[in-house]
Design a protein. Structure first.
Length: 58
C-alpha cells in the first residue's frame, strides 16, 4: 500500500491518484484535496492540522 504524498495516510488498493512528473518521479495522492494542495497551491503539509505529517512534528 502506498502513502499519500501530502497528508501521509495509507491509500487503499484501487483508490487515489498517481501523478507522474516529466522526470519520471511518481507521486501518490489519496484525494483531490491533497493533490491540489501539493501541485497547484504548493503548500507545506506540516502547517495543516489535518495531516499526519503535522501530527508527527509534535
Amino acid at each position: 500500500m502506498a502513502n499519500c504524498e501530502f497528508c501521509g495516510r495509507n491509500i487503499e488498493k484501487g483508490t487515489g491518484k498517481i501523478f507522474v512528473y516529466k522526470t519520471g518521479k511518481m507521486v501518490n495522492f489519496c484525494s483531490s484535496k491533497c493533490e491540489k494542495n501539493t501541485l497547484k497551491l504548493h503548500r507545506n503539509p506540516k502547517k495543516f492540522k489535518w495531516t499526519l505529517k503535522s501530527k508527527k512534528k509534535k
